[in-house]
Design a binder for this molecule. Structure first.
Ligand code: ATP
Ligand code: MG
Length: 406
């Protein structure tokens, strides 16, 4: 049933699963409402609850200004310079991000013909806050007291038809913030949603603008494509839309050069997804990048006497293009040097280095993807994973006839 009551929003009565709603997020919303402010659960958490997934985190949007929120919650701090928002802190390091409604800057506030958003520090009303968000499925507000979803952006119909659609003109929204192109891929991949044809065409058309986006954000979004248990679909979409040509041309060329039947990279990514889902936690960033770049990296190193040097040269352009942090680039480079041994499932003299658990995991992903290894049972607690993997690998190594390490 669709009831029209709010002046602008379409109101959908929905009893979202209380068991999936974080009690602390609910506490924040309820206290704000009790003190006379408007407050809602917003964004990704509402979307996830509607498609019956457990949200990763909970965001609150409110009419209260940051100082007002700060006063209501002793356990809170104001963060951000450009846009101030409040982190309300709970036990176990939990943070409920509580942001005052804001609106998109007007044309005078942006830079003339250039729609790239540089300032976004303007408070607004709830409906304006919905409209400034990226995709319709991310623009829904949940009123906990009334148990209704407020929809100013056509998000509910898109949730129902499982479609990613920008709020407003896709090209304009991508030019304002090119990282949204990667976010479209992420949501389509992880929710298994379609991308509306209009948005898909705009992604293809605007993909070049990604080169203008802030590099650290690009790299972070690339990692997110790999971390969510839908890396196969995400990288495939990135390749198909030509987004990969902009981010990682080395990989897209490598994929295009492969024969029809060579699905090696995608088999590795499927194995990454299988492990991510079994663990209910992302794999190590170094493992993710090493697996993603494995094909072109191996090609770059093959025949080279100094593999570390060859890997260094290969990775350096990517480090520059995407601002890949050293904490990832350095170990990926060292892993590249021992790739041949990894492919044979031998960690070799890396057994006692911090890189060993990473190398073992990569070797085991290769083994499972090529069918030479039974997919290992993956322990659910991540904490135990690395050491458990090392232990079982050591046990396997001991049982093998000893042979001198190269
Ligand atoms: P995830 O489950 O991956 O965290 P999310 O939708 O919660 O997905 P966040 O990056 O946590 O994504 O952002 C929270 C919300 O902020 C989004 O749902 C969206 O409404 C809004 N948002 C985030 N990034 C942008 C952006 N680049 N442009 C406009 N709105 C954005
Ligand atoms: Mg989120």
């Amino acid at each position: 049933m669709v009831v029209r009551s709010h002046p602008e929003a379409v109101v959908y009565p929905r009893e979202l699963d209380e068991d999936r709603i974080d009690p602390d997020a609910a506490k924040v919303v309820r206290r704000l409402v009790r003190h006379g402010y408007e407050a809602y659960l917003v964004g990704g958490c509402v979307r996830d609850l509607l498609v019956e997934r457990s949200p990763k985190d909970f965001d609150v949007a409110t009419s209260a200004r940051p100082d007002d929120v700060r006063r209501l919650f002793r356990n809170s701090r104001i963060i951000g310079r450009r846009f101030r928002l409040v982190h309300v802190l709970f036990g176990g390091g939990k943070v409920i991000e509580t942001a005052t409604f804001r609106r998109a800057p007007s044309q005078e506030e942006t830079d003339g013909d250039d729609p790239l958003i540089r300032t976004d520090n303007v408070f607004g009303e709830a409906f304006q806050d919905a409209a400034r968000r990226d995709f319709t499925i991310n623009g829904l507000f949940y009123d906990l007291e009334q148990r209704v979803v407020l929809d100013w952006v056509g998000g509910m119909p898109d949730i129902e038809r499982r479609t990613v659609h920008t709020i407003g003109d896709p090209c304009l929204r991508f030019r304002e913030d090119p990282v949204r192109i990667l976010r479209a891929i992420k949501f389509a991949a992880k929710l298994d949603f379609g991308i509306s044809p209009e948005v898909y065409d705009a992604m293809v058309e605007c993909r070049g603008t990604l080169a203008r986006a802030a590099k650290p954000r690009l790299f972070e979004e690339l990692l997110r494509l790999l971390r969510e248990g839908a890396a196969h679909r995400a990288i495939w979409l990135a390749w198909e839309t030509g987004v990969l040509d902009v981010l990682l041309p080395e990989l897209s060329t490598y994929l295009s050069d492969l024969g029809e039947n060579d699905d090696g990279v995608f088999r590795l990514l499927s194995e990454v997804d299988r492990r991510t889902k079994a663990r209910e936690a992302p794999l190590d960033d170094v493992v993710l990048m090493a697996v993603l770049l494995y094909g072109p990296l191996r090609e770059a190193c093959s025949g080279s006497r100094d593999r570390v040097e060859a890997a260094y040269r290969f990775l350096e352009t990517i480090v520059d293009r995407l601002n890949m942090p050293r904490r990832i680039a350095d170990p990926v480079r060292r892993v590249a040097a021992i790739l041949p041994r990894i492919e044979e499932g031998r960690g070799g003299r890396f057994a006692r280095t911090s890189l060993y658990s990473v190398a073992v995991e990569i070797a085991s992903i290769f083994g499972a993807a090529s069918g030479t290894e039974e997919p290992p049972a993956v322990p659910r607690e991540t904490g135990a994973t690395a050491s458990a993997t090392i232990r079982s690998a050591r046990r396997r190594r001991r049982r093998r006839p000893t042979r001198p390490e190269a």
